[in-house]
Design a protein around this ligand. Sequence first.
Ligand code: NAP
Length: 339
Amino acid sequence: MSDETIENVVIIGSGPAGWTAAVYAARARLEPLVYEGAPSREMIPGGQLMFTTEVENYPGFAEGIDGQKLMMEMKAQAERFGTRVVTDDIVEVDPSSRPFRLRSAEGKEILARSVIVATGARANWLGLHNEERLAQTGGGVSACAVCDGALPAFRDQVLAVVGGGDSAMEEATYLTKFAREVVIIHRRDTFRASPIMAERALANEKIRVEWNSEVVDVLGDDFITGLRLKDTETGAEREMEAGGLFLAIGHTPNTAFLDGVVELDESGYIVPPNPGRVMTDVEGIFAAGDVMDDYYRQAVTAAGTGCMAALEAERWLAHQVDGAEPATDVPAEPVSAEG
Ligand code: NAP
C-alpha cells in the first residue's frame, strides 16, 4: 500500500554512509526518510560498527569511541535535523517508474524522487559458534585488522589470519606491527593473492603459514586462547596458540535486492559509472559506503561517500523539472560550507 506521499530522498541503510547522507540531506531541507533495516542474525541497524567494541581511527575521538555509541550519535545527529527513521528493510526498487517505487519487507510501498543506497557489505565469517560468540563480546575475534589490530589486547600475541587473498596478505603484514608472530591459515597450498602481496607477506620474518588448514573451532572462554585446525588433506586435527583471530575471507555487499536494478560488478558491488561521482547508472539512484567500495571499507570513507551522495542527490533534484521543492525554492543552509 502507498499513501502517495512522494519523498525527496529515501536513504536505505544506517551505517556511517547512511547517517552522514541523512545529516547532509536533512540540513538541505530534503526531509530524508531513512530505512535503517530490520535486525536479523547477520546484521542490525547501525551496520558493521555495531559489532566493533572500540573504534580508534574515526577522527574526532582522541580516546577512541565504542562502535555502538558512534552509530547512536550519528543517528541522533541525523534525527536532530528532522530525519525520519523506519526500522525495516527495503526489498524492492522499481527503477522504471518516476518517482521510484520502493517496497519494504513489511509490504509498504514508498514513492521517492531519489534514492541513496547505503546498505553496506558484511564480512564473511566461518560460521563457527565460538567465532561468533567471541566476535560479538570483544573476545579477540575480528573481521577487520585495520579496525582492531592496534588494540592493546593484541600486543605481542600470536595472531592468526584466515584467508589466502590480498586482504589476508595485507592484514597479516599490518598485524606484524603489533604481534609477536602472525600465522596465516589457508585452506589450500597456494595463495589466491597477487604475487607481489603474497611475496611481501612471505618475506616478513614474523609471518608463517599453516597451509592446507582450516579452523574448526576457536578456543577460549572470555578471550581467545587458541584454535583447533584441521588438515584439509589428511583430516587430522591439531591445536595452536592464538591471542587473536582475524578473518579475511571476503565480504558480501548487501545488494541482493538491487540485482537487475543498477549496475553491479561480478561480486555484487555497485559500480557508479563516472569516476569521482556516486550516482549509479540509474539517474536518481546514488550509492554510498561499503556497498560501492571493496577497497577502503572504512567508517570514515563510508561517511565521506555518504556526504557525496547527499550533495549529488540534492544537486540532481534541483535540476529536475518537478524536483524537490524545498531544496530548490528555499535557499538551503550551505551544506558544503561546513563539511
Ligand atoms: P578474495 O580474493 O575473495 O579471497 C578470499 C580468500 O579467503 C581466498 O583465499 C579464499 O580461499 C578464502 N576463503 C573464502 N571462504 C573461505 C572459507 N569459508 N574458509 C576458509 N577460507 C576461505 O577476498 P579478499 O582478499 O578480501 O580480496 C577481495 C578483492 O579486493 C580482491 O579483488 C583483492 O585483489 C582486492 N584487494 C586488494 C588489496 C590491495 O591491492 N591492496 C587489498 C585487499 C583486497 P580460496 O583461495 O581457497 O578460494
